[in-house]
Design a binder for this molecule. Structure first.
Ligand code: NOJ
Length: 578
């Protein structure tokens, strides 16, 4: 559709941002569902989810009609950062099962037509990884140390860290070791917890090791990798001081793109090499960057034709429900990624952020900058949050490109808020003395079946994090049976999105809907209209395909769009060109 083909029913200007794109590649328009194994389904009754539990419930994901599943880490790990501290990249942690369980899960996914993507954690490993144990046991100038970033300390006796870098989880990014002879020794770098030493990507042996890991999982049939902190592997030569934010986002005087631990040019050669390896396995294996890149247009560098296939759009996740900000992010994203021929990858929730059903339960930003919510904080309005979350997801799933969903969002789950301090496991909580609550709230085990022990998560031990009271009413089986449930809205959205090929579609802003309280765009012949204001808005003529209020059993008047509601409306377009 061109800009001058104005739908009769939508008299008003349009601004075309993105043309329909049918370039082959399943991931370009895919909906990928994130499974967080610890919290998905506990089949062996130890209180923690497992691979057999995932296998057992995969049919539910196939029925939801997603294209693929991304699994957060299930590798051998001391679990100091919920598995993002890997001690063996080519084995399954006994907590989750065995390699045979993995193969069984892979086979079931194949049978159901679901692709599986696994998490690759190449920036750091666990301090229990054999290579780090060997580095600790080796002399300071030995090759074993060179697998990691060891430096002598500053100060008279090396008692000060080598530079001022801070850990993402709080505190310094350096820890001093005791040398094998018992003396206080060198320091090693860890951008995250002290149990997660950073690899030295200036060392070819590190490259070789990860190429082996890639092949190990590709040979087992995975469709690709979500690459953890993909912007951090290479550090600037000399490790210069940095006074900006530890997460690399811009702050006054410290633009994110100058952070010496992020976005270094040599990273891109690593991903080009990985892409060549994936290509040996055919055209369908993909890499998705978890890269916190600031400013947004630089995200395009990660998805150039010979690099990664996808990069999460975190600016979209953080845009909230502010129509102006959403519009700016969507426009900038499509412009930047179209320029390199890459799809945009939308996302609203994952295991690192407060769930969007909780974030949107506040008028204004969630407390603590979204870094967990506790019982002493202002509390969200659960119903409002759920209704707005449905509206936000419906806005997102109408956009052209791919999208990721986080387990439980299809149930409209809120964060767990009443988690006792002693049960909090996120290292952020411990490293900041409880000042930052961390991410446990969004990681609470799923409710599958109402009335069963632990709402059907597992019938044995208590779940590793307590489920909120509200999970009973939100259990999957209850929702499956109710036509007006959040789950059934997701099913309808995903089915329609596929049928209408919205992921391959176009985007033109409907200028009349671009206001302080509303935002609307046209994707092909579907108008996606969102009302974030307090007053209902009149709908233009067209056929209502789906309303987000279907999930709240709200009764918006037929010709209006209610407060906090999104609609997909089929518009009849007069072709002025023929
Ligand atoms: C990003 C992951 O998503 C997060 O959960 C983890 O703590 C850090 N990377 C460190 O691996």
């Amino acid at each position: 559709m061109s800009v001058d083909t104005v739908p009769a029913a939508l008299a008003g200007p349009l601004t075309l941002v993105h043309a329909a794109d049918h370039t082959p590649g399943w991931w370009r328009s895919a909906v990928i569902y994130q499974v967080y194994p610890r919290s998905f389904r506990d089949l062996n009754g130890d209180g923690v989810g497992d691979l057999a539990g995932i296998t057992a419930e995969l049919p539910q994901l196939a029925e939801l009609d997603v294209d693929a599943v991304w699994l957060s880490p299930f590798y051998r790990s001391p679990q100091r950062d919920a598995g993002y501290d890997v001690s063996d990249y080519c084995d399954v942690d006994p907590l989750f099962g065995t390699l045979d369980d993995f193969d069984a899960m892979m086979a079931e996914a194949k049978r159901l037509g679901l692709r599986l993507i696994v998490d690759l954690v190449p920036n750091h490993c666990s301090d229990q990884h054999a290579a780090f144990r060997a580095a600790l046991a080796a002399p300071a100038d030995g090759p074993e140390r060179d697998m990691f970033i060891f430096r002598d300390g500053l100060g008279e006796s090396g008692e000060l860290p080598p530079n001022n870098w801070q850990s993402h989880f709080g505190g310094p990014a350096w820890t001093r070791i005791t040398e094998p002879d018992g003396t206080a020794g060198q320091w090693y770098l860890h951008l995250f917890d002290s149990s997660q030493p950073d690899f030295n990507w200036d060392n070819d042996a590190v490259h070789a090791e990860f190429e082996r890991v890639l092949r190990f999982w590709l040979d087992r049939g995975v469709s690709g990798f979500r690459v953890d902190v993909a912007h951090a592997l290479v550090k600037a030569p000399g490790l210069p001081a940095w006074g900006g934010r530890a997460d690399g986002n811009s702050s006054d005087g410290f633009p994110g793109h100058e952070a010496p631990m992020f976005g270094q040019p040599a990273l891109h050669d690593i991903y080009r090499a990985w892409r060549r390896i994936l290509a040996e396995y055919g055209p369908d294996r993909i890499l998705c960057a978890e890269a916190n890149v600031d400013p947004l247009p630089r995200l395009a560098d990660w998805v150039r034709p010979d690099e990664m296939h996808q990069a999460f759009n975190f600016p979209y996740l953080h845009a909230g429900l502010d129509p102006h900000r959403m519009r700016r992010v969507v426009t900038e994203s499509l412009n930047a990624l179209d320029a390199v021929g890459a799809p945009t990858t939308w996302v609203l929730s994952n295991h690192d952020v407060v769930r969007h059903a909780t974030r949107f339960g506040y008028d204004g930003p969630a407390p603590r900058d979204g870094d967990g919510i506790g019982p002493a904080d202002p509390q969200p309005n659960a119903e409002l949050g759920r209704a707005r979350a449905a509206a936000a997801t419906m806005f997102m799933l109408g956009l052209p490109g791919g999208a990721y969903l986080y387990q439980g969002e299809e149930l409209g789950l809120p964060d767990g808020i009443d988690i006792p301090d002693h049960q909090r496991q996120d290292p952020t909580f411990g490293r900041t003395g409880g000042e930052r609550l961390g991410r446990d709230g969004c990681r609470v085990p799923l409710p599958w079946r109402a009335g069963e022990p632990n709402n059907g998560f597992g019938s044995g031990a208590d779940p590793w994090l307590p489920q909120p009271e509200s999970f009973g009413a939100l259990a999957r089986d209850t929702q499956a049976a109710s036509p007006s449930s959040h789950l059934n809205l997701y099913r309808s959205m995903l089915a329609l999105r596929r049928q209408l090929r919205l992921g391959e579609g176009s985007l033109a802003w409907l200028e009349d809907w671009s206001t302080d309280t509303s935002l609307g765009y046209l994707n092909g012949t579907v108008a996606v209209l969102m009302n974030v204001g307090h007053e209902p808005l009149d709908l233009p003529a067209g056929t209502v395909l789906l309303r987000s209020s279907a999930a709240a059993a709200m009764n918006a008047p037929e010709h209006q769009l209610g407060s906090g509601e999104t609609v997909w409306l089929e518009i009849y377009i007069e072709d002025t060109e023929s």
